[in-house]
Design a protein around this ligand. Structure first.
Ligand code: IPM
Ligand code: MG
Length: 372
């Protein structure tokens, strides 16, 4: 029986509330097996700033590196709007991604049958949707230097962000994209802006080279990122895996979230390179939604993206595929019974709070596990 070490980072806003529901799922598996989980907790984000004056401590980064998987809630909120840029809550998450080299961010957008009505799009557009946004996570304009605001001395300031990509960064994310597509419907769509950006030109060229060299059997298409955004809401089912840079991935995955009914539904996995010796890879799992300060503390947040993120940890870090499926099926079953958090409510459904939704999912897991 394997024991896995989890580092739980609830963060700010609704983070702690949705993390509480993951703890119930972890407790379920600790009772039932086959594997055991040991969890430790750490502060990252505004809560860490309040306690230590930084968004993440070196000690927490070291713990995250040593853990078998990091399970992350959310960071940020209006309380920290005025703090210096380099210690803002989001800086803690960005440092974790960078220091752990979590370059591949997998964001699956799956529309559960029961939720086809909750999307702002028509049922036929989203019903049965199952696509993946693969976002490059450690490069591009979020990290490029220089990143400055300079006083020009004439009453004007100049702000600079730098979008930068090296060949190897595009190659490795493209490879993850092709590998993912091979296990799915064998189609990869690469989105960039090669019509205006040099990074787009290189991105396009390198993705083509990787395709030509290593993945000729996968269907590859290129779509300009702005048109891609439009196609995502027009007919999202045309896609299988979409690969894009850090900024476009951030935006397109929020769009994709709405296809599934709510931002509260989208999980994500951020993965590093597989270590040649240990065969392990560093990984952080987090919901795509943010800290939702407007509903924080009210017990109203949707815990599904957070719980589904833990299912991704079971799948990608621990190869517990049946257990991951069990969680996904339990989520579908709870939804099929008409239970909804406020963000996904529709006519004729029962609105429940965060804890009730978590309890209902664990109850479905028990039922499903007992008949397996
Ligand atoms: C996301 C979030 C983060 C990002 C924030 C919280 C820094 O929007 O994970 O999509 O911009 O990457
Ligand atoms: Mg985002």
């Amino acid at each position: 029986m394997a024991t896995h070490r989890l580092l739980l980072i609830p963060g700010d806003g609704i983070g702690p509330e949705v993390m509480a529901e993951v703890k119930k799922v972890v407790a379920f598996f600790n009772e039932r097996g086959p594997d055991r989980f040991e969890s430790e907790e750490a502060l990252v984000g505004g809560c860490c700033y309040d306690a230590h004056g930084v968004a993440v401590t070196d000690e927490t980064v070291a713990k995250a590196k040593a853990a078998d998987a990091v399970i992350f809630g959310s960071v940020g909120g209006p309380k920290w709007d005025g703090v210096p840029f380099d210690v803002r809550p989001e800086a803690g998450l960005l440092r974790l991604r960078k220091d752990l080299s979590l370059f591949a961010n997998i964001r699956p957008a799956v529309c559960y049958p029961a939720l086809a009505e909750s999307s702002s799009l028509k049922r036929e557009v989203v019903e049965g949707l199952d696509i993946v946004i693969l976002r490059e996570l450690t490069g591009g304009v979020y990290f490029g230097e220089p990143k400055t605001i300079t006083d020009l001395g004439n009453g004007q300031k100049r702000a600079v962000d730098t979008q930068v990509y090296d060949t190897y960064e595009i190659e490795r994310i493209a490879r993850v994209g092709f590998e993912l597509a091979k296990k799915r419907r064998n189609k990869l769509t690469s989105m960039e802006k090669r019509n205006v950006m040099k990074t787009g030109v290189l991105w396009h060229e390198v993705v083509n080279q990787v395709h030509e060299r290593e993945f000729k059997d996968v269907k590859l298409e290129h779509v300009l990122a702005d048109a891609g955004g439009m196609q995502l809401v027009r007919w999202p089912k045309q896609f299988d895996v979409i690969v894009c840079d850090n900024l476009f991935g951030d935006m397109l995955s929020d769009i994709a979230a709405m296809l599934t009914g709510s931002l509260g539904m989208l999980p994500s996995a951020s993965l590093g390179e597989v270590d040649a010796k240990s065969k392990k890879r560093r990984a952080l799992y987090e919901p795509v939604h943010g800290s939702a300060p407007d509903i924080a503390g009210k017990g109203a947040a949707n815990p599904i993206a957070m719980i589904a993120s833990f299912a991704m940890a079971l799948r990608y870090s621990f190869a517990l595929l049946d257990e991951a499926d069990l969680i996904d099926q339990a989520i579908a079953a709870a939804l099929a019974k008409g239970l909804r958090t406020a963000d996904i409510k529709s006519e004729g459904t029962t609105v429940v709070g965060t804890a009730q939704m978590g309890d209902a999912i664990v109850a479905e897991m028990r039922t499903l596990a007992s008949v397996q």
